[in-house]
Design a protein. Structure first.
Length: 232
């Protein structure tokens, strides 16, 4: 199989996997809402579909990165497994809670349209930052591990010139934007918990990279901020 055909097949697998995930999100959204005229749900899922195809377009020439995204290699840190066990159900809890608040229960305080619009903007910004980080860093993975089989190197381009973990920065931004876009203030509570977990993961990953990835410690001296410029 030539390299072009392999890239195309990997890209198709990435899209199919993402579309299956999106189908789950669509079912959860409108089953929880109990109706189809929930425009915030259509906005949420529409943006996700958009970013699926944008991700494919931006990463279509990154065969090894797509492989890693589809099936990460060995060496995932044990604490990262714990992170996923906690954060994944918490994310779905946030999603369902936000939808129930916006559609079925209308808990106080009610969310104004400007807050929902802000959520949409934050979601777009956050997802765009994550995609930019994926494009810049050919070793971007969904799990914390040192990719020795790929001879992992420190990424110093793109947003990595300003913060050491721009993917987490993007995740933090769209985590705040998601419940607002869906029409709920109450959904911010589990979202904030997830953000705290993400900050903990950032610290642990940063420590791992300093200890195990060559040249990362020197890079951390040049780029002092882990997650948020001028703050941390």
């Amino acid at each position: 199989m030539n390299d072009v055909n392999q890239k195309e097949k990997l890209g198709i697998r990435l899209i199919l996997k993402s579309l299956i995930t999106m189908l789950v999100f669509v079912l959860i959204t409108f089953l929880a809402a109990g109706r189809l005229d929930y425009w915030q749900g259509w906005m949420f899922n529409g943006l996700n579909f958009f970013f699926i195809f944008l991700t494919y377009y931006v990463l279509r020439d990154r065969k090894d990165l797509i492989k890693e995204r589809l099936k990460p290699g060995k060496g995932m840190k044990h604490w990262d497994k714990i992170y996923y066990v906690v954060s994944t159900p918490l994310f779905f809890f946030m999603l369902i809670l936000s939808i129930l608040d916006a559609t079925r229960f209308s808990w106080e305080p009610r969310i104004p349209f400007i807050a929902m619009l802000s959520g949409i903007i934050l979601y777009i910004i956050g997802q765009s930052i994550v995609l930019w980080a994926k494009r810049a860093n050919e070793f971007f993975s969904s799990v914390v591990r040192i990719q020795t089989e790929r001879k992992q190197e420190v990424c110093t381009t793109g947003l990595y010139r300003f913060v050491r973990h721009p993917g987490y920065l993007g995740g933090l931004i769209f985590a705040i934007g998601t419940p607002l876009m869906l029409g709920s203030f109450w959904g911010l509570l589990p979202a904030i918990v997830n953000i705290l977990l993400m900050c903990g993961r950032t610290y642990l990953e940063d420590t791992t990279l300093k200890n195990e990835l060559p040249d990362y410690r020197e890079y951390s001296k040049k780029v002092p901020y882990k997650l948020i410029p001028f703050i941390w």
